[in-house]
Design a protein around this ligand. Structure first.
Ligand code: FES
Ligand SMILES: [Fe+2]
Length: 362
């Protein structure tokens, strides 16, 4: 006998059909982070993005390149082949491809067959990030994240994780700040976070979902209390969590001491770009760029915050991995989820993602 009524289960399973899930196609017409700029090097690197195997490298003239990894002759991986100048020589029968993916030499033939090559994908470099456009539509002019990621006024550190879980679950996690009090109880969560007042903006811009949570008075966790000098003092922590695109989510937080008069409060902020690139339906490349606008000249602060945040982001990776394993172990017909009012930003995002994937979003 289930403890959830059959009526609720039926309603959940009906709603589920219009939410993006593990069988929803990827939104391909979008810039995704393919890797950090230093991952595009003079060594060939294999990476699967949106279910497609790619080979990544950088030309001698410093241009990042992303090509289909599958040799069109007999499917040998180009990433397991040889980079010769700016060309790749396939490790099986030696077809040579240039940086645009064109086959320029076939050793077994006098002349290279015309019109043969592997697909090359548009890439754009932005500070430490290299973006890729995998869709059929012309690439958008604008990238999903502003140029603050390369602004020296915002010193930053980067991390990346291979997450064996759905990118949709990661996006939902990022729009859900209630989990900070529990999953992150030992890192950057505080007990007052889950029940603090919040506001959502789910409609003013199509495809953009914003949640703002104000926690005050609170005590900041060490990751921000130490560098801001707010250890042991009553503080305000105002966090805005913003889904910008299927590939990008930005969290910004402002902190100040409540003992400081309003007109004297510094604009002390951190900005974290969570860059979410599906590998497959159930695995994700999770790139993070974490920046701040205080203690800019102190690399020790960069290192301290990076180390502390690595603990918290690892908690998300471990938690979402457990969720994915549980879903995989649940028989199809038995699966349902009971959503709470506090989940409405995540639900709005999943409804939009479902429509975007099926070509019906605004
Ligand atoms: S598989 Fe690449 S040349 Fe034959
Ligand atoms: Fe988290």
């Amino acid at each position: 006998m289930t403890s959830v009524s059959q009526k609720m289960i039926d309603a959940s399973q009906r709603a589920q059909k219009r939410l993006a899930g593990r069988d929803t196609p990827f939104v391909t017409n979008c810039w995704y982070v393919a890797g950090f700029s230093w991952e595009f090097s003079r060594a060939l690197r294999a990476r699967t993005i949106l279910g497609r195997p790619l080979v990544l490298y950088r030309t001698a003239a410093d241009r990042p390149v992303a090509l289909s990894d599958r040799c069109v002759h007999r499917s040998y991986p180009l990433s397991a082949s040889t980079l010769d100048g700016d060309t790749i020589v396939c490790g099986y029968h030696g077809l040579r491809y240039d940086a645009d993916g064109q086959c320029v030499e076939a050793p077994a033939l006098q002349t290279c067959p015309r019109g043969v090559g592997v697909r090359s994908y548009p890439v754009r470099e932005q500070g430490p990030l290299v973006w890729i456009w995998m869709g059929e539509a012309p690439a958008d002019e604008a990238l999903p994240i502003g140029d603050w990621v390369s602004d020296p006024a915002w010193p930053a550190s980067q991390q990346s994780y291979h997450l064996p879980a759905s990118y949709i679950a990661l996006h939902e996690n990022l729009l859900d700040l209630t989990h900070l009090s529990f999953l992150h109880a030992n890192s950057f969560g505080t007990p007052d976070f889950a029940s603090a007042p919040y506001e959502v903006d789910l409609e003013s811009t199509p495809g953009r979902f914003v949640l703002t949570r104000s926690v005050m008075p609170t005590r900041l966790p060490p990751v921000w209390a130490e560098p801001t000098g707010l250890t042991g003092r009553d503080a305000a922590r105002i966090t805005t969590s913003e889904f910008l695109a299927p590939s990008a989510h930005v969290v910004s937080a402002r902190f100040y001491g409540l003992d400081v008069p309003e007109q004297e409060r510094a604009d002390t902020r951190i900005m974290t770009a969570h860059l979410v690139t599906p590998e497959t339906a159930a695995s994700t490349h999770y790139f993070i760029h974490h920046a701040r606008n205080f203690a800019q000249a102190d690399p020790g602060v960069t290192q301290f915050m990076n180390d502390q945040l690595a603990v918290a982001f690892t908690e998300d990776v471990v938690g979402l991995t457990k969720v994915e394993q549980m879903i995989a172990a649940t028989p199809d017909g038995d699966f349902y989820e009971i959503s709470l009012n506090s989940d409405r930003a995540g639900l709005a995002m999943r409804r939009w993602l479902f429509q975007a994937a099926h070509g019906a979003a605004d």
